[in-house]
Design a binder for this molecule. Structure first.
Ligand SMILES: Nc1nc2c(c(=O)[nH]1)N[C@@H](CN(C=O)c1ccc(C(=O)N[C@@H](CCC(=O)O)C(=O)O)cc1)CN2
Length: 300
């Protein structure tokens, strides 16, 4: 079997088009422009790339983009003051603090200082609780993007066996909640899971989010299963020239693609959906803040 490639880059472009259409209606019918503020502390090169991309895509869909770039040694009170100002800015509907933060800052404290209604990352403890209890919440962007691709490919996910490898707050746990919400039978596996290969082999849907390059080989995959690869690991690639690197996921792509029914590539799979879903969440937050109908198909 050779798997169908689930093209996250193309899917993300359709999500952005839907977002742009909704933004245009909000402007025309209500005179409202959704606004997204991104806060970056320090100069982590990957974070700088992601933040630049978020700002560019926010503007491209017609929304207002605000960036706060803070020094690496910014104190916690100074960072909290920026968030407080954004919480109280009526033109800002979404706030995102780019992760990871420098070590001296308490990530939980910072995230929980964001107004939950503006928490477009869905990381605030209130949103985590709402998602866990099946209530309307802001949903973390990467798992939301995975869910959208799975629904698009399968239609209903009801009754399917899903294994999520990885238990992070950002991806693994919310992914499991979303799959449960769509009536999958869900297993969360992690580094201490016994007989991981056998656990994964039972799955109709495998979501790999462990951050370990090419950890999942093809012989762990049930023939015909759908494989969603969340990993973004940069490896040295001297064969491409001095100092060159290449991106790989958490699954061994070639051997998994030979067995799976469908698979997301890295790059071009889950990654682009993360930013598209951030834009979708910002429109959703804007609609909720103004008591307006939410865009269909862009929320969980
Ligand atoms: N506050 C947040 N911080 C972080 C998040 C997040 O959702 N919220 N996720 C990641 C980084 N991230 C967005 O912030 C992100 C990662 C990857 C991509 C992406 O499009 N990747 C491309 C490859 C890009 C490359 O060449 O490096 C792909 O997979 O095709 C987008 C967003 C951690 N921090």
């Amino acid at each position: 079997m050779s798997a169908k490639i689930i093209d996250g880059k193309a899917f993300a472009a359709t999500v952005r088009t839907q977002v742009a259409e909704h933004v245009s209606r909000l402007k025309q019918d209500h005179g409202i422009t959704p606004g997204l503020a991104v806060v970056l502390v320090g100069e982590d090169p990957a974070s700088q790339v992601y933040v630049r991309s978020k700002g560019k895509q926010t503007t491209e869909v017609g929304m207002k983009s605000v960036e706060h770039k803070l020094e690496v040694d910014t104190s916690e009170p100074d960072l909290l003051a920026v968030i407080d100002q954004l919480n109280n800015d009526p033109d800002i509907h979404g706030i995102l603090v780019q992760l990871p933060l420098p070590k001296h800052l308490d990530e939980d404290l910072v995230i929980n200082s964001i107004d939950p209604a503006k928490d477009v990352d869905g990381f605030h403890i209130s949103n985590v609780g709402l998602l866990g209890t099946g209530q309307k919440s802001m949903v973390p962007c990467t798992p939301l993007g995975c869910l959208m691709m799975l629904r698009d490919y399968h239609g209903s996910l009801s009754g399917m066996d899903a294994v999520v490898i990885g238990r992070s707050n950002i991806v693994g746990k919310p992914m499991a909640q979303l799959l449960l919400g769509d009536s999958c039978t869900v297993t969360i596996a992690h580094s201490r899971t016994k007989d991981l290969a056998d656990v994964v082999r039972r799955a109709d849907i495998v979501v790999a989010a462990v951050g370990r390059p090419e950890m999942v080989p093809g012989d762990w995959i049930k023939p015909g299963a759908t494989v969603i690869d969340v990993g973004i690991n940069r490896l040295d690639a001297p064969e491409r020239g001095e100092g060159k690197t290449r991106l790989v996921g958490d699954v061994d792509y070639d051997s998994c693609a030979a067995v799976a029914g469908a698979i997301t590539p890295v790059p071009g799979g889950v990654g682009p959906m993360t930013i598209a879903c951030l834009l979708a969440n910002t429109v959703t937050a804007c609609c909720r803040a103004n008591g307006l109908a939410e865009p269909e198909g862009l929320t969980a």
